[in-house]
Design a protein around this ligand. Sequence first.
Ligand SMILES: [Zn+2]
Length: 261
Amino acid sequence: MSVTAKLLRVFRVDQQLRGLQSRLQTSKRFLAAQSEQQQGLDAKRKALEGQVRQLRATLANEEGEVQRIEARSVVLREQMNNAKTNKEYSAFLAELNTLKNEKSKHETAALEHMSGVEALDRQVAEIVAQLDERSRMVAQADKDCKSKETEIRDRVDELKSQRDVLAKDVPAPALAALEALIVSRGDEAMCGVDVLDRRNHEYTCGGCMMAIPMERVNSLVRGNLTNCPSCQCILYTEEELIVSRKGTSKPAKSGAAADRV
Ligand SMILES: [Zn+2]
């Protein structure tokens, strides 16, 4: 068996492994995105709750002021009733009027803060509802991830040991070349040679579709590790490429797919 054929076996198993793992990666990315949104909402909720606490404290101060003024007014009215002179009476009245103005200011402020608190409470309730929804999605995504992980674990282990066995059969430099190509090109690390015109020796790379010079095809046929001159992938062929002119080759299969050799 040629190095290319041995590499192809490793590549095919590797491809299955990457396929399985990439589906798990997709689930993991979804889970991460959901968790991130959940954390964002939670931070917003905390910030809003902080604002509510602050505004409630300000509101309590205003209400306290109103109560203080009311208590003082009761005392003043009592003092007015018992006033001995007009001057005394007028002084109490003046203070009472000033207090009335002050009280009205604090009442207005308290009302504003109250509606502010109500608006913030509504926002908090909205965020909490969104957070509940998001938490449900995070829990579901987490469940999906775990079940996918369990689902593929046995198959992944099986493929990994299969890959290890096959990889031991490949010379180290060839394996290193394939691994580097898998990192940079993924599923296009190895590509089949497409036969455009067998008689006129026209071949193309199944990856980049560019023409492959005859000497490369010959090199591949001789069992050498051969790269596509255009995209640098490792070329392979699973059928005899060079057909004897006497027509001893297998009859061509019908359909476009048969042209991939
Ligand atoms: Zn190519």
